[in-house]
Design a protein around this ligand. Structure first.
Ligand code: ADE
Ligand code: ZN
Length: 337
């Protein structure tokens, strides 16, 4: 099973690139940029990753990314993620970045974008991984700030497939960003949003009805609203579920209590993702291993979630079908051997 989980072709649709900053790289970049960290060792950093809720994580997440200063830093960060992704047979990835978390520190949008984007292009060459970028607005900031960020992104439209919404969910409903998302869709961006991670099912409805999202990021609290569950099944609106994240941020008490298997078996389009792998204890294969062990998922369950992921990408129908054919070939071989 472990080899199967490691080797099965994957798509990752919910990864914050800043959340893949490993403590080792945090120290390397701090040294390179002459920044003093409030930690003495890598172990001390890892020990600090003990979260009670989303906000307690976000506080360290925004502090940690302070070491990212130059285009090369953003390149190195993204390249490191893509190397790990390649080793886990991630075939396609749609990566979130948080420009406001950098422009607010005086780092130009252009620097952030250029470093990340160059690494994506190099990984396509070197590993054959295809990828798209998704610009996330920080929902704890104002709608005006999000609109200004959207304007900044317009010249880069060809290299950014979608806009999303992340950061502190409670008290910052999707409705706050309706105008920005209207404008983004007019400009040709797809839309996604974090909803129903800590926030109520109403936020998922708002993301769908007001922001026109193609996917819901997390969405696990949909289970509290049977009409919503019915709608998500009928419309096959994908949920980008992040199991290790949900445990680390106390959305569920333990992996045994996670509802991903329940949602999958009810017929929702569930996918598996790593969110902020450096902070939550693992990349996509580790997420698969832990849910499989805790919930007793079958190879058929895993296959269905991987197929869902490819279906849920922003690739063209032909590209999706090519990826699913590769997945099917893998399954045929796995069952022969
Ligand atoms: N930013 C990075 N990870 C996040 C998460 N899990 N929820 C909301 N915002 C985030
Ligand atoms: Zn997230």
């Amino acid at each position: 099973m472990d080899t199967f989980l490691q080797e099965i072709p994957k798509a990752e649709l919910h990864i914050h690139i800043e959340g893949s900053l490993e403590p080792e790289m945090m120290f390397t970049l701090a040294k390179r940029n002459g920044i003093e960290l409030p930690y003495k060792s890598v172990q001390e950093v890892r020990d600090a990753y003990n979260f009670q809720n989303l906000q307690s994580f976000l506080d360290l997440y925004y502090a940690g990314m302070g070491v990212l200063q130059t285009q090369q830093d953003f390149y190195d960060l993204t390249w490191a993620y893509l190397q790990t992704a390649a080793a886990e047979n991630v075939q396609h990835t749609e990566i979130f970045f948080d420009p406001q978390a950098h422009t607010s520190r005086g780092i130009e949008f252009e620097i952030v974008h250029a470093g990340i984007y160059q690494a994506l292009q190099d990984a396509q060459e070197e590993f054959g991984i295809s990828s798209y970028l998704i610009l996330c607005f920080l929902r704890h900031l104002s709608a005006e700030s999000a609109m200004a960020t959207l304007e900044q992104a317009l010249p880069y439209k060809d290299t950014i497939v979608a806009v999303g919404l992340d950061s502190s969910e409670m008290g910052n409903p999707p409705s706050k960003f309706k105008r920005v998302f209207d404008r983004a869709r007019e400009a040709g961006f797809y839309t996604v949003a974090h909803a129903g991670e800590e926030g109520p099912p109403d936020y998922i409805w708002e993301a769908i009805k007001l922001l026109g999202v193609s996917r819901i990021d997390h969405g696990v609290r949909c289970i509290e609203d049977s009409q919503l569950v019915k709608y998500l099944i009928e419309q096959q609106i994908p949920l980008t579920v992040c199991p290790l994240s949900n445990i680390k941020l106390c959305v569920f008490d333990s992996m045994e209590k996670h509802n991903i298997k329940q949602l999958l078996h009810m017929g929702l389009c569930v996918t598996v993702n790593s969110d902020d792998p450096s902070y939550f204890g693992g990349y996509i294969a580790e997420n698969l291993q832990q849910i499989q062990a805790a919930l007793g998922l079958s190879q058929q369950d895993i296959y269905q979630m991987m197929k869902n992921s490819f279906q849920a990408t922003f690739l063209s129908p032909e590209e999706k079908q090519a990826k699913i054919t590769e997945l099917d070939d893998f399954m045929a071989k796995a069952f022969v051997s």
